[in-house]
Every structure is written in C-alpha cells, then in structure tokens.
Design a protein around this ligand. Sequence first.
Ligand code: FAD
Ligand code: SF4
Length: 303
Amino acid sequence: MRFIAGGTTLVDLMKLNVETPGRVLDINRLPLDKIETAPDGGLKIGATVRNSELATHPTVRRDYPVLSQALLNGASAQLRNMATTAGNLLQRTRCMYFRDTAMPCNKREPGTGCPAISGTNRMLAVLGTSEHCIASNPSDMCVAMAALEATIHVQGPKGSRAIAFADFHLLPGNTPQRETVLEPGDLITHVTLPAPVKGSKQLYLKLRDRASYEFALASAAVVISVAGGNITHARIALGGVGTKPWRSQEAEAALVGQPADQPNFRKAAEAAMRDAKPQTQNGFKIELAKRCLTHALKMAVAS
Ligand SMILES: Cc1cc2nc3c(=O)[nH]c(=O)nc-3n(C[C@H](O)[C@H](O)[C@H](O)COP(=O)(O)OP(=O)(O)OC[C@H]3O[C@@H](n4cnc5c(N)ncnc54)[C@H](O)[C@@H]3O)c2cc1C
Ligand code: SF4
C-alpha cells in the first residue's frame, strides 16, 4: 500500500514499474492542509500543504526564509502546485539505474548490485555513501528543514510519534532499500518547526547545471546569528552531496565563537566536506559544495 498526495513522485515511478503498490490510498481529503502557528511560537505544517503554498505563506517568508527559498528553487511552478510537504520528505533518488527496471539496483531490488559505482554517477552522493548505494537525496525542501531542526509527526498502526528531522532519513549502509524510519502504514500528519531564532539570518543557495527545473549538484541552507562580529549560532545543511539531507554539525562547530569572515566560512566548508568520498565522475562536487557553503555564509551574513 502507498499513500498518494501530489503524485509527482509516485505516479512517475508507477509508470516506470519501479513502484508497483497493490493499493494506493488518496490522502488529499484528510484535514492535513493547514499551516498554523504552534503554541510555542513555532509553525505546524500539515502533510498535504502544497510546496507553493508553504513557500509563499507570509509567516514562512518572514520567519523561515530559508525554507521559502529552498522550495522555490525546487522543480517547476506546476510541480510545486501539486507537490506536498510529506511527499517531498519521501521523494526518491533520481539515480538513473534506480528508475530503469532493466538495470540492477540494490535500492530497488536488494542484492542485485550497484551499477552506479562504476557507471554514471556525476549527480550522485559523496557523503554518507556505502559499497551498496551512492544515491543522492534530491530534495531542496529537506535541506532547509534539516537546518531549521524540524520534527516530523507520524500516525501509524502503533500510535503517534514525533521524529527529529536528523533521525528521519537513513544512510544506505547494507539496506539502501530502507530510506526512512517509517514503518508500513505510517502516515505523516504534519511537520513542526521550532520558533525562529531571533535575529538569525537565513539563506538557501542551490548550484545546478541550469538556472531552473534542475536538481542540485550542491546546495547549502544556512541559519546564522552574528553579534559584535562573532558568530553566536549556526545551523548548516547541505543538499545534492549526501545520501540524505546533510546536516553538518562539523561546520556549525567550526563557526560558533569565530569572527564572521571569509577564512572562517571556508574552514567551516572544509570541515563539512572532510569525510567526502568522490566517485568516478563526481569528485568536482567536493570543491563545488565547499564554495557553495562559503558563498552562502557570506551572502547570509551580508543580507
Ligand atoms: C520533473 C521533476 C523535477 C523535480 N525537481 C525537483 C527539484 O528541483 N527539487 C526538489 O526538491 N524536488 C524536485 N522534484 C520532486 C518533487 O518535489 C516531489 O516529486 C514532490 O515533492 C513529491 O510530493 P508529492 O506530494 O507529489 O508526493 P507523492 O508522489 O504523492 O508521494 C511521494 C511518496 O510519499 C508518500 N507519501 C505522500 N504523503 C504521505 C504521507 N502523508 N504519509 C506517508 N507517506 C506519504 C507516497 O506514498 C510516496 O511514496 C521534481 C519532480 C519532478 C517530477
Ligand atoms: S546508487 Fe543506489 S539507487 Fe543508484 S544504482 Fe546504486 S543502489 Fe541503485
């Protein structure tokens, strides 16, 4: 069984025979389409809120601009009008072998192998990979949500639970077919964001092969506060380079307490990419991601 929301991931994959659910359950009539202020000053975003509505909501634009920018950098206007918050959290990789049932793929059919490792991997990951899968997570929205420390709320056969964003997506390890901690039948009901960090500057920067309608080669979401020239708070996440939306606590630790200047931004970027492992075609992403984060920090602080 699969839930269907906007259908922009699921229907594509059903047409390709990559997903063949026995039953598809339409959740669009559930009352999960509201954006509300939470009692703690944060934001509650319903699972079926469309990406376009979330991006343009006045509170999101004012208090969570990094999320608005990330959403508007994704897909196309038509797709954003259909795509939902929960669907975006669960979108699948764009690895070409995953989407082609004529090819082996450990994620689609465990144990068949990973042709991307010796094949076409220019778009794929350099962080969090395993010998079984190197697929990158393609979401823009998720990168902003990682930096904003969102929480995902789920209702399932065993009751309801809340999952910290950092714990929601899984690394491929030996089980690349398992992408999140969701269990069969779990329905995402909403996502919450904590109250915005007062005085923080936020920015999403996406680098890609063309200016629109293209997935990230590298992207950075930055939430940063500066007082007296020094960085007092930093939340950093990277997109396009990780097997999951990539929160970098290494970069955050390198920034906090330091002067907000170019050498420290670069040091943070070096820290973020320290464990990166290039594949045969995507080594360029390591330097690209460093420059992306360095520039995003510079632009955020100057904004
Ligand atoms: C041509 C194209 C270009 C794109 N470009 C980008 C891009 O640049 N950046 C980017 O970030 N994304 C991009 N996307 C991906 C797009 O953002 C996703 O397809 C979309 O967000 C998925 O949302 P949906 O509501 O349509 O999901 P659906 O297709 O309805 O569902 C996706 C998955 O989520 C599950 N699901 C949905 N809702 C729930 C729920 N409430 N609880 C549990 N499971 C649920 C479904 O069962 C399914 O497995 C692109 C897509 C296309 C087709
Ligand atoms: S990278 Fe992952 S999704 Fe792509 S072919 Fe290898 S196992 Fe499949």
